[in-house]
Design a protein around this ligand. Structure first.
Ligand code: ZN
Length: 451
């Protein structure tokens, strides 16, 4: 289906700025093919109707001979889809299951034992619920880490969401400890990879994977052209034990394995010591900060302003709902900005424009897809969310970019299009039995978590 989205306000991204302007957007075969000045009174849209445009002005002439279904976007703000670069969608069943406990208790005595008992098929429903929450709050693309990556991939495929699904790994050696898992990964990649769903290799962390495994993962990533993901320097425990064991920080260990590449996503990066920041910059890897998760687990916060000042590409993730407990990128952007203003005691730090860029254009850069994702521009993928500007949180419109960071709560998101297809329209998902998703996840929580 081809669309003309007209009458709305659009978030536009340039090399170093963001601005809001009224534009018409032409979508053909899942991509943005034109952005023109608003057609004006002559082309007052009839929502859902077909319209042939005379295109006598404003650049619309190029589309004069084509039919586009008109999308009436009056009173709507159109955003490029937000990109959540670190999460664990399958954990959604564990929402509000392990709160207000210390990090060791949380990870080793609450999360990991339950993870081991959850059935593989349950991961599908749990992931799907997580994906629905992401879409409802304007996220169109996410990077995931998971042991049952095929289930997350299937959920992304069924919902029509863009995804980079990381195969979670732990152990000493990819080919002895994990050969069957890696073979399974390759089979699932073959089964589920598509234009929307891509795969990645995701060793868990330096305290659960050997340097050798990181080295092998890096080599497989390079050979197969895959993204790499890992958790890095999340807690003092992690950094102290790496220094005790290897005589260097986790960042330095990973650099020496060749894992820090331009296609590597580094979640957390809270506890930076010595040259860690410049190592990450020199390797061209991307930091994915998870402000809610890091603060809630008592680990602190990544030195986001220092990363940005050093020239590191900084992006945002929610982490899983077990540590956040939400997959809402609006909440994450707001927290990111306010935490860093507060911590630095400087209200000019982490300004709204930078934070919105982190969740859009910077994330696209991390995925090697600058100009294709995270922007509304000609040639980009048609991944949008439509925010209802009549919501109280968006009124008055003194500064809509500030609204996105400080006022919006995600409830403003009314419709979401991914690759030119309506994934959610007027808050209803197409092709998904929402009631069944809720029931399956509730049943699983009853069975495995409420013992
Ligand atoms: Zn994580």
């Amino acid at each position: 289906m081809n669309y003309l989205i007209t009458g709305g306000k659009v978030l536009l991204t340039t090399a170093d700025d963001l601005r809001i302007a009224e534009k018409d957007i032409y979508v053909r075969d899942g991509k943005i093919v034109g952005i023109t000045e608003p057609a004006g009174q002559n082309h007052a849209p009839e929502s859902g109707g077909k319209a042939a445009f005379a295109g006598e002005n404003n650049g619309a002439a190029a589309f004069a001979d084509e039919k586009f279904e008109v999308v009436d976007a009056r009173d709507r703000l159109i955003l490029p889809g937000l990109i959540n670069l670190h999460t664990h969608a399958y954990m959604t069943v564990m929402r509000n299951y392990a709160d207000d406990v210390d990090f060791d208790e949380w990870l080793f005595r609450r999360v990991m034992p339950v993870e081991d008992t959850l059935p593989m098929e349950g991961a599908y429903w749990s992931s799907l619920l997580g994906l629905m929450e992401m879409v409802r709050t304007g996220t169109t693309c996410f990077a995931d880490m998971h042991m049952f990556e095929g289930q997350s991939a299937k959920a992304a495929r069924d919902l029509g969401m863009r995804a980079y699904i990381g195969r979670g790994l732990v152990g000493e050696d990819l080919y002895t400890d994990g050969l069957s898992r890696f073979e399974q990964f390759l089979r699932e990649q073959e089964a589920y990879e598509s234009d929307l769903v891509k795969f990645a290799i995701a060793p868990h962390a330096i305290y659960s994977c050997s340097p050798r495994l990181y080295e092998q993962a890096a080599e497989e990533g390079r050979k197969r052209g895959l993204m790499l993901e890992t958790h890095l320097s999340e807690s003092d425990f992690e950094v102290d034990s790496a220094i005790g064991k290897f005589g260097k920080t986790p960042v330095a260990v990973l650099r020496d394995t060749g894992f820090l590449t331009e296609r590597t996503l580094l979640a957390h990066c809270v506890k930076m010591r010595g040259d860690d920041i410049s190592i990450i910059r020199d390797c061209g890897s991307t930091v994915v900060t998870n402000p809610a998760s890091n603060a809630k687990l008592g680990n602190g916060f990544a030195p986001v302003t220092e990363f940005a000042e050093a020239g590191v590409n900084v992006t945002v993730g929610t982490d899983g709902v077990c540590s956040n407990n939400s997959l809402n990128m609006f909440r994450e952007m707001g927290l990111l900005s306010t935490i860093h203003k507060g911590v630095r005691r400087d209200s000019t730090k982490a300004p709204a424009k930078s934070v919105v860029r982190m969740a859009t254009a910077n994330a696209a850069k991390a995925l090697g897809r600058t100009g294709e994702l995270g922007v509304i521009a000609e040639g980009a993928e048609a991944d949008f969310s439509f925010l209802d500007l009549s919501c109280p949180s968006m009124i008055p419109q003194n500064n809509l970019i500030a609204s996105l960071c400080y006022s919006a709560n995600g409830g403003e998101v009314e419709s979401v299009m991914i690759a030119g297809r309506w994934v959610m329209k007027n808050r209803h998902f197409s092709g998904i039995d929402e009631e069944r998703v809720r029931r399956e996840v509730e049943d699983m929580a009853d069975k495995y978590l409420k013992k």
